[in-house]
Design a protein around this ligand. Sequence first.
Ligand code: AMP
Length: 363
Amino acid sequence: MRLETKILGILGGGQLGRMSALAAARLGVKTHIYCPEEDSPASHVAAKTFIGEYEDKRKLKAFAESVDVISYEFENIPVETVRYLQQFRPVCPDDRLLEMAQDRGKEKQFLNDIGIPTARWALAHSAEEIQTMTNDMGCSGFILKTTRFGYDGKGQVSYDLGEDPTPKWQKLDSNEIIIEEKVDFACEISVIVARDKLAQIATYGPILNEHDNHILSKSTVPAPIPDHTAAEARRITEHLAEAVDLVGVLALEMFVTPDGRLLANEIAPRTHNSGHWTIDACTVSQFEQHVRTACGMPIGHPNRHSDAVMINLIGGDAKKLAPWLEMKGASLHLYGKDDIREGRKMGHVTVLRPKVAGDIDHG
Ligand code: AMP
C-alpha cells in the first residue's frame, strides 16, 4: 500500500515560499521551488529547486512536470509565465487574480466595481495630466504611484496640489501612474482570507499594521478597532475572495479613517507579511492554508489561541537577537539570508500573549 504524496511547486524563493514549504513538510507535501536566484530562503527547506528565469520555457516546463500543482509567493511573476505553466498544471490563485493584483489601476477599479471603497484615485499618463487631474479631485495631498511593480513604498512619491509635477513624473519613470488622495488615516489594517475549492473560507484579522519607512515593522492582533469596524473589514475581504473565486490565500490592506470608514489600499494574492504571527498563534497558519488550498485539501479552522505581536527584523536587526532569544513568549524566525542590506526583511519575531477572554473566535 502507498500513501500518495503531493508535490507543490512554488514560483519564487523568498521567505513566504520558505514558510509555505515548512508548512507543506508538516503535511507530508514536498515542495519544489522555481526562482532565478541561487541559495534562496525557500530553497533551504525545499525538496528540490529549479534555478531559472521566469521567461525560460524549457526550465519552466521541466519544473511544471515535476509537480502536481503550482502556486506563487510573490506577485511580480510575469502573468505570461503563469499562463504558460497553466498548460501543464493548475496554478492557484489563477492568472486573473495575479494580473489584477499587478496593476494598481485594475485593482482599484475592480475593488470599486464590487462595492469596496478606496481612496479617491485617477490614472495619469503625463505630468500635464497630473496637474489637471489633481485640480479636479477635490483634495490637497496626494500619493503618486506607478501602476506596476511597486512594493514597500517603492514606486511612489507624495505630491501637493499646485506643485510642479514634472520632477515627480520623471522620478516615477513610468508611462502610467495612479494619483491617489493622501489618506489621513487613524491606522492601517489587513485581513487575510483563505478559500478552498469548495468555497469554504477561513479569515485572519483584522491585524493592525505599523510601518517604518514604508516597510511593515509591526503587526498586532487583534487590531484595537471597534468590533463593527473589524466585522466590516472581514466582510469586505471575504466578499473580495468570493468575487475573484479565490482558491488560495489573499490579503487585503486597508486604511481606517478617523471617522471609522474603511478604504481598501492593496490586494496581495498570496500569504502576507502581516500574517506571520499565524504560525505561532493559530492551530492552522496562513502558510498551511496556502498548502491546503493549493493541494485540494479543505481549509482548516485558524483557531487563534493567543494574542500576538509580530515584529519584522529588518537589516541590522538580525544582529541583535539576544533579547528575543531570552524573552518568554517570543518565537524567533530567521530566513537564512546571509547578506544584511538596509530595508531587507531578515526574519521576524512573534510575541504571544494570552488571548483576551471573551474575544470573538476568529483568526
Ligand atoms: P502601498 O505600496 O500602496 O502598500 O503603500 C505603502 C504605504 O504607503 C502604505 O502602507 C501607507 O503607509 C502609505 N500609503 C500608501 N498609499 C497611501 C495613501 N493614499 N494615503 C496615505 N498613505 C498611503
